[in-house]
Ligand binder design. Structure first.
Ligand code: HEC
Ligand code: HEC
Ligand code: HEC
Ligand code: HEC
Ligand code: HEC
Ligand code: HEC
Ligand code: HEC
Ligand code: HEC
Ligand code: HEC
Length: 389
């Protein structure tokens, strides 16, 4: 009997009014809620979720820490720095990441060291950053973690979750220059030696000056999916990696550098065999020289650098000797360089080449002419001889 009531005429208005009021109330609740900024992450506003202010009221206090085994973890969170972070800006709550904590005292922590404690947060970012989480799955870093290497990086080692700024430009969709320049320092937390070498290289020093044309760690290694750089395929593909930029006229013209480097390399005996080799034995490490065997990897210098530049024959010789142990001082001359011989580059080769280009056709042509005229003369003589006989 009661079910029929809503369908009676007079009640339609009441129902509509109630529905309308309900909608307005719903909209008010939803739009006023701070969690609305990230609706796609499935965090519907919940009244019982503590706001950041609740947590920060205690956590902004300087000098508080948590004892973990014999170590002590500082637990102060700077509210200003947090407020400037991309996550605060997006309305992400402390409790979106700290899902176990909602009140004080907090649930018991079982970790006995800081590193162990940090590892309990290894899955925190997955929910909102699935792409990066999945990419990291097959990386050398994940492999090291899986082998129990505690020093391998978790997301939070490269991205402080409480201070992480926005690094992808909102309009450009590209990594910002400031973030790009910072990358080597991020890796340097652990790869100190590599960083110290790289920062003085022709690429690294330019990056430090804000040049975004030069390669940083992640251009050659990848970011979340860093692979093993000691494999055969990494080595075999490395010339293509360098050529990505060094064959690019738009980039290289700014620095007056040749864009012929890959072509001349492939034309060289080392390069030709690299190409053939890759076709014949995919997956096998190439034993002939690739770009980095002559130029170095993290320590690439300007070729004219008086100390290490390989335009200097004695510097180049040491590179050749690694694979040609018997090579002596005139050996590097066998490498013709990236330049086609010209009056400016390798003039002797150029002129010798030119000489032969003129000399050989001239000599051959002369000889052929001589032989032809000789034959002609003999034939004529014979005919004449026959007539006279
Ligand atoms: C009444 C003060 C107080 C409030 C409110 C508070 N904390 Fe804490 N919190 C502490 C203190 C003190 C410690 C360190 C020692 C301890 O755990 O007792 C701590 C430790 C922590 C730790 C590190 C140890 C652990 O338990 O994981 C985290 C993470 C943390 N708090 C997050 C939060 C979050 C998130 C909120 C808000 C929901 C919050 N806290 C609210 C006082 C507080
Ligand atoms: C984007 C996720 C995220 C947000 C948002 C976040 N945290 Fe954390 N927090 C973490 C992770 C991950 C760790 C583990 C520490 C690590 O690996 O450096 C952590 C660690 C902590 C710790 C332990 C001390 C430390 O720095 O390692 C405290 C205390 C803490 N968070 C409090 C807070 C408070 C308070 C807020 C809100 C104002 C907050 N967190 C917001 C992810 C987050
Ligand atoms: C070894 C350091 C390192 C680790 C570990 C790492 N990142 Fe990154 N991440 C970076 C760098 C560097 C960038 C800048 C991107 C670039 O170079 O293109 C970045 C970029 C990002 C971005 C911006 C979007 C993008 O893909 O460029 C997000 C989001 C991100 N990382 C999340 C994560 C998450 C989640 C994890 C853990 C699964 C993680 N990162 C682990 C170094 C790291
Ligand atoms: C509740 C969802 C959520 C969680 C959990 C979360 N993030 Fe984020 N994060 C965001 C949102 C939203 C942005 C804004 C940019 C976007 O839309 O990707 C962001 C941005 C970032 C950026 C900058 C990317 C850019 O576009 O500039 C990095 C780096 C990042 N997060 C790392 C992390 C790491 C590391 C963790 C785990 C400790 C984490 N985030 C956990 C929601 C989250
Ligand atoms: C928190 C420490 C840490 C950070 C930060 C870190 N790495 Fe690593 N990395 C490791 C560990 C540990 C290994 C595995 C052990 C090893 O081979 O040295 C490793 C391995 C590697 C390898 C493979 C080395 C090999 O010999 O196979 C490369 C390449 C690499 N990292 C690049 C990077 C780059 C690029 C960055 C910055 C975007 C970075 N790492 C940031 C700790 C770190
Ligand atoms: C121009 C490309 C390039 C850049 C830039 C670069 N790398 Fe490498 N990296 C390589 C190559 C190629 C190898 C393999 C070297 C070999 O075969 O011996 C390598 C090897 C490595 C290795 C493992 C072997 C070793 O030398 O320790 C690590 C770790 C590494 N790089 C980290 C980094 C870090 C960190 C940065 C930034 C500071 C960086 N790389 C910048 C190309 C690059
Ligand atoms: C992301 C683009 C990029 C990649 C990848 C790259 N380079 Fe470069 N390289 C540059 C730029 C730009 C310069 C000029 C820097 C300057 O002069 O300030 C440069 C400079 C050089 C120079 C110095 C030339 C001179 O004498 O001044 C050499 C040698 C060199 N690169 C070799 C390599 C090798 C070998 C690789 C691969 C292992 C490589 N580069 C990968 C962009 C790149
Ligand atoms: C990474 C090792 C490696 C480096 C470095 C290297 N070479 Fe070679 N080179 C080889 C191998 C292997 C061959 C044999 C190729 C073949 O026959 O398929 C070769 C072949 C040659 C040949 C052809 C004649 C012969 O002996 O078979 C010359 C000439 C040569 N290299 C000169 C140089 C010069 C000059 C340098 C230094 C600028 C140099 N190489 C650096 C590995 C290297
Ligand atoms: C066998 C050794 C060797 C190999 C292999 C080699 N180079 Fe070179 N490269 C040199 C020498 C020597 C010079 C300086 C003299 C010259 O320009 O030929 C040079 C010069 C350069 C320059 C500076 C050009 C300029 O205009 O001043 C660049 C850039 C360069 N090489 C990049 C590469 C790249 C990229 C590869 C791989 C595709 C490569 N090189 C392979 C020996 C080598």
């Amino acid at each position: 009997m009661h079910q029929r009531i809503p369908f009676r005429q007079p009640h339609i208005w009441t129902v509509s009014l109630l529905l309308g009021l309900g909608l307005v109330a719903f909209a008010l609740v939803v739009f006023a809620s701070p969690a609305q900024a990230a609706p796609s992450y499935g965090h519907a506003a919940q009244e019982d979720q503590p706001a950041n202010d609740f947590c920060l009221a205690c956590h902004q206090e300087e000098g508080i820490d948590k004892t973990l085994g014999s170590e002590s973890l500082p637990v102060t969170i700077n509210p200003t720095q947090f407020g400037l972070s991309v996550h605060a800006g997006e309305g992400i709550l402390c409790v979106d990441c700290h899902t176990e904590i909602s009140d004080y005292p907090h649930p018991t922590v079982r970790s006995n060291s800081i590193r162990d404690y940090q590892q309990t947060y290894a899955e925190t970012c997955q929910e909102c950053h699935t792409d990066q989480y999945d990419a990291a799955h097959d990386s050398v870093h994940q492999a090291a973690l899986d082998e129990g290497n505690e020093n391998a990086p978790l997301c939070a080692d490269c991205h402080n979750p409480h201070t992480q700024p926005r690094i992808i430009g909102e309009t450009s969709g590209q990594l910002t220059t400031a973030a790009r320049v910072e990358i080597p320092a991020t890796c340097a937390k652990c790869h100190t030696e590599t960083f110290d070498i790289y920062k003085n290289s022709v690429h690294g020093s330019a990056l430090a000056d804000g040049n975004t044309d030069v390669p940083t760690c992640t251009d050659c290694h990848g970011v979340h999916n860093i692979g093993d750089p000691t494999t055969a395929s990494f080595r075999n593909n490395s010339p293509a990696l360098c050529a990505d930029c060094h064959d690019n006229e738009e980039i290289m013209s700014k620095y007056g550098l040749s864009t012929n480097v890959l072509e001349t390399y492939v034309a060289d005996f080392h390069g030709t065999t690299t190409t053939l080799f890759e076709q014949q034995f995919p997956g096998q490490p190439i034993n002939t020289a690739v770009c980095s065997d002559c130029h170095g990897v993290h320590d690439i210098a300007s070729v004219d650098d008086p100390q290490t530049g390989i335009a200097m024959q004695e510097n180049l010789l040491t590179k050749c000797q690694r694979c040609h142990p018997g090579a002596t001082s005139n050996f590097p001359a066998a490498w013709m360089g990236h330049y086609e011989p010209s009056p400016e580059h390798y003039p002797i080769v150029y002129y010798v080449d030119l000489f032969y280009k003129i000399f050989i056709p001239a000599v051959l042509g002369g000889m052929i002419l001589f032989i032809l005229t000789d034959i002609y003369r003999r034939i004529v003589n014979r005919i004449k001889g026959v007539k006279h006989a």
